[in-house]
Design a protein around this ligand. Sequence first.
Ligand SMILES: [Zn+2]
Length: 285
Amino acid sequence: MVWGDKRWYIVRPVSFWNGSCSLREMRASFKFFLVVAVLAACAGGHAQQAPPDSDLASITARGRFLAEYERSAWYATDVVLKFRPNQDVMMKFIARKTDTGWLVAFGNLDEANGAFVISFEGVQDPASGKFSAKAFEPPLRDTGFFLAAARGIELARQNAALQKGRPYSTFVLPLDSGEFYVYVLPTQTVFDLYPLGGDERLLISADGLKVLAREPLHRTIHDINLEAVSTSDAIAGIHSHAVADEPEDTDVFFVVRQKNPAPEFVGTKSGTYEIKADGSILRMK
Ligand SMILES: [Zn+2]
C-alpha cells in the first residue's frame, strides 16, 4: 500500500460569521476549507468500501503499541547506560510487552543464529512503571521469543526497501497466531523532526525464519518539524493515500508519539479519517 506523496497542514479555522475576521484569518480559513476539498477529491472517483470500526480500533491499538514500544526502549536505554555498554549492544535491542510491563533486552544474535545473547535488560516495575537495569555476566542465551524476534528483524531489514544513508528502527509486534509483525521505520534523529512515511510492515513466521508478507505502508518520507508547526497557525496535519484504503498503524504512531499530539487527517479511497490526539480514528465521510 502506498500513498500519494502529498502532505499539508490544516491551519486554525476561524468563523466567517462573527464579522471580525482579519485578512490573515480569512486566508487561514480559506486554507482550511481548501485542504478539506483536496481530501474529498482524493476520496472520490474510485470509492472503496470503508473498513469496519473493529479494523480501525485494531489500527489504533497497533499504533499505540508502537509508541509504547519506543517509549519503553528509551527508558530502558537510560537505565542500562549506567553499565557503560558498547554501542553495538545498545543498538540491538528488542522490547517485549509482558503481563507485568515491558522488558527490553539488549544483545546480539550469536554467530550460528541459534541464540539471542542478552548482555543487559531493562525491566519495568508493574507498580511504579519505572525501569530498572540488569547486567548478565555471563550473558543470557535466549532461544525463545528474543531469538525469533532477532531473526525476524534481520530478515525484515534485508527485505524492506530502505533509503540509503538513513537510519531505520525496528519494532516487533507479536500476534496471537505466534507469527509477528516487524515494522521498519525511519528513525527520528533530530528533536522535534518526526519522520512520517517510508515505512514497511513485514509478517514473519513464528520461528523468525520466513517473511510471510511484506507491506510497504507509505512510499515517501516526510520529515515534519513539529516545533516550527506549534508556533504557527497549524492545528493538524493532513496527507493522502493513493492506494491504501484506510489509515495505517504508523499514522497512529506518528500522532501519539508526539510531545503535544496534533491530529492527522488521512484521505483515502474509502473516505477521510481523523486520527485524534489519543490515537483513536474517526471516519469523516
Ligand atoms: Zn498515512
